[in-house]
Design a protein. Structure first.
Length: 355
């Protein structure tokens, strides 16, 4: 029996299971999925969990059930590519014939002293729960600093402003406009929304140090009651520690077939893979579809294509609280109620299909 091991039950890992089970998995292949938690987490909604506007159960989807799918709940400590082994924190070793590493990303603190120790995060469900506990136990009138005005920071700030309108929210951004990768029209729309909802935007920020309750912007201290870090990501440490070429985010450089150049049986999926797009659930799912094609063809004794067409992304949608939103669909900007309804509908369909 050949063993396919998938590390991480995120969007890419789940899409692979959907495509392989129940009918595309050869009789002589079994799958082992290794994840820290006993369910698939909707990471795109962690901002709402942290803000307290949805419950924990809304970001959890059960893993599929199949006789040749074994699920292990464990912390992964390392991967030995030469021995084809995955090492777990409890001392157990899992052997593989083919390996898919889809462990997602971690916060990147840009070597800012104190940032890791004195800020909260929404990168994992456990960290999002801790952030929720802190933010929602703050007394009225407390101040919250959110460092980083990318999609996660914007969604968290907007959701928190509706959940806790009594808080003073400060959103720190390095650029002249928040969400600088979007059009100026979208950035202006979002900035106007924040102005209306009394969220303070600090542009051209440069966080040089963090202490407990103090954020240093251009070395000037800003006293706050809680700090949430959404100012950058990097590949999971397991991938950063692997041999081979990495990009500036620590993501592994891969072949057109999505495997490591020197290890054709080790595939890198999602936020861990160096791809010409920003990490997203869509990108991980598109990549998973192509990895499944490579695996199924190899299992049949066929040669997979040398490369695949570029993964096409349908667009990006973000929320501004529960009633407004923004995004790009086919490169066209979209704002307001329609954008929010579209995002809610896509989430409902995903949960309905996977739940």
């Amino acid at each position: 029996m050949k063993s396919l091991v998938i590390l991480g039950g995120g969007y890419g890992g789940i899409r692979m299971l959907q495509r392989l089970l129940p009918n595309e998995l050869p009789d002589d292949v079994s799958i082992t999925l290794i994840d820290r938690v006993p369910y698939h987490c909707l990471k795109t909604e962690f901002y709402a969990l942290a803000a307290g506007t949805i419950s924990d159960q809304h970001v959890r989807v059960p893993f599929p059930d199949h006789p040749r799918l074994k699920i292990k709940y464990a912390e992964i400590t390392s991967v030995n590519l030469e021995e084809q082994e995955v090492h777990l924190k409890d001392g157990e070793t899992v052997k593989y014939d083919e390996l898919v590493i889809g462990l997602g990303c971690e916060d990147k603190y840009h070597n800012v002293p104190g940032a890791k120790e004195f800020t909260y995060s929404i990168q994992t469900i456990a960290k999002s729960r801790a952030t929720y506990q802190t933010l929602n136990n703050l007394p009225a009138g407390s101040s919250v600093a959110i460092v980083g005005a990318g999609l996660s920071g914007v969604e968290l700030a907007s959701e928190l402003s509706e959940s806790r309108s009594d808080l003073k929210i400060k959103l720190f951004d390095r650029g002249n406009h928040i969400l600088s990768s979007f059009s100026e029209r979208l950035s202006t729309y979002i900035e106007n929304w924040f102005d209306t909802h009394h969220v303070e935007i600090i542009n051209n920020a440069n966080i040089t140090r963090v202490e407990e309750g103090i954020l240093y912007n251009h070395d000037e201290p800003v006293s706050v009651d809680a700090i949430v870090w959404t100012a950058g990501i990097q590949a999971n440490k397991i991938v950063r520690d692997l041999p081979g070429e990495k990009d500036k985010m620590g993501r592994a450089v891969i072949s057109p077939r999505h495997h490591l150049p020197d290890y054709e049986n080790v595939f890198i999926l999602g936020d861990c893979a160096s791809l010409p797009h920003a990490p997203s659930a869509q990108l991980a799912e598109g990549q998973a579809e192509q990895i499944v094609q490579v695996l199924t063809m190899r299992w049949k004794g066929q040669e997979p294509p040398e490369s695949f067409p570029p993964i096409k992304l349908k667009g990006i949608l973000g929320s501004l609280g529960k009633k407004q939103g923004f995004g790009l669909l086919a490169e066209r900007p979209i704002t307001g109620r329609v954008a929010r309804l579209l995002k809610s509908g896509i989430l409902w369909m995903y949960k309905h299909h996977n739940g």
